[in-house]
Write a protein that binds this ligand. Structure first.
Ligand SMILES: *Cc1c(COP(=O)(O)O)cnc(C)c1O
Length: 387
């Protein structure tokens, strides 16, 4: 039994938090209507725009990622509006549910779990919409439940060609992990959450809003109060918040964004990319099957299929023996897959440890040879050095 006090969090959120960020959380709160707090908000807002590669407004909400997505929907749409929802996993499914809950008329574009959404399907529906009835396209960039990354750049180009529809994108496990150039790709609304690529505890979420998205808010008639983004926009002009923000989480955000700037966007993306490569190559070497289409692997999470082992038993053993928490499968995938989060504050050592833990567990179970276990680490080490 390993010491259970040194948890290695290899799930796709919450993700590990650096000491500097934890220390920022432990400071005394300050008044949220003070100059000191306004200076903080001014800085975090500027740095959030840097992270999103945008000139658009990026608003901070107290709430998890779902709050940001719900805000996007209820602020720009009206009851009965026609929207396209991409659905190729648990999160895509959630946005279909939210859209229906608010009385939207949902056209679903789906793909099998583990496969990417087909951009051509979006193109076709948007092209055929002669009367410009489609008001928004809602989709998930990195589908955390399956480890698939969707081709957002191409889908966005089809949305732009339609001219009327807004893009409402869940970038919760892509922002801070891979390139999401909001302005260059013309993304209207991008939602994300603090406990993922931001290297922070849960509690804050972020929404970036284009001019076109703000125009849409003028027509939206869905009920809203706490998540009325117009009140956030009005406050942000004064580096303020409409309600009491989670002051200590904003301290933490300030630190995490500073750390991200020190590392640089390119380096952050490269780190996630080599971790993805190392984990997926090691899995293949261990005769394990990647659940996601191998040309569409998410930078933040690798889902691995187990054939004759219960994935729940497998990940419990890894937790007990090594104090490494990996995620299980959701819904029908429970027991069938496990998921390794390599998102946020993750270094090469974390990757080597998780691969060694998986290899050793398979070895214990008599599923692989010593040689294979060695080969998996060898290829992972090579990947970690090459990018
Ligand atoms: C984690 C996650 C969310 C947000 O979920 P919350 O529990 O509300 O923070 C949304 N979308 C994706 C793809 C996620 O991975």
């Amino acid at each position: 039994m390993a010491i259970q006090q040194k948890l290695s969090l290899m799930i796709p959120g919450p993700t590990p938090v650096p000491e500097k960020v934890l220390q920022a959380l432990g400071k005394h709160p300050i008044g949220h209507r003070t100059k000191e707090f306004q200076d903080l908000v001014e800085r975090t807002t500027k740095n959030l725009k840097w992270l999103h590669q945008t000139k658009n407004d990026v608003l901070t909400i107290t709430g998890s990622g779902t709050a940001a997505m719900e805000a996007a929907i209820i602020n720009t749409l009206s009851k009965g509006d026609k929207v396209i929802c991409g659905d190729n996993g648990k999160f895509g499914q959630r946005w279909v549910k939210v859209a229906k809950e608010f009385g939207l008329n949902v056209i679903k574009v789906d793909a099998k779990w583990g496969s990417p959404l087909n951009p051509e399907s979006f193109k076709q529906i948007l092209n055929d919409d002669f009367n410009k009835e489609i008001k928004a396209v809602i989709l998930t960039h990195s589908e955390t439940s399956t480890g698939v990354i969707n081709d957002l750049q191409t889908i966005s180009s089809h949305i732009i060609a339609h001219k009327k529809a807004l893009s409402i994108i869940d970038c919760v496990t892509s922002i801070g992990a891979c390139d999401v150039p909001v302005d260059e790709w013309g993304l209207d609304i991008v939602a994300s959450g603090s406990q993922k690529g931001y290297m922070m505890p849960p509690g804050l979420s972020f929404v970036s809003m284009s001019q076109k998205a703000w125009q849409a808010t003028e027509k939206s008639n869905l009920p809203k109060f706490y998540l009325d983004l117009k009140s956030y926009k009005k406050s942000i002009l004064n580096n303020s918040n409409p309600y009491t923000p989670a002051v200590n989480l904003v301290f933490a955000l300030d630190e995490s964004l500073k750390m991200m700037k020190e590392e640089g966007l390119e380096n952050i993306f490269k780190r996630h990319s080599r971790h993805k490569l190392a984990v997926s190559d090691a899995a293949i070497t261990l005769n394990l099957k990647l659940f996601a289409d191998k040309n569409h692997l998410s930078p933040s999470i690798t889902a691995i299929e187990l054939e004759d082992i219960d994935a729940e038993v497998f990940r419990k053993k890894i937790k007990e023996d090594y104090d490494i928490l990996i995620a299980g499968g959701q819904d029908h995938l429970k027991g069938k897959i496990f998921r390794i989060g390599h998102l946020g504050y993750v270094n090469d050592r974390d990757i080597i440890s998780v691969i060694a833990a998986i290899s050793n567990t398979l070895l214990d179970m008599g599923k692989i040879s010593c040689n294979q276990a060695g080969e998996a680490l060898k290829i992972a080490m090579k990947d970690l050095k090459t990018i």
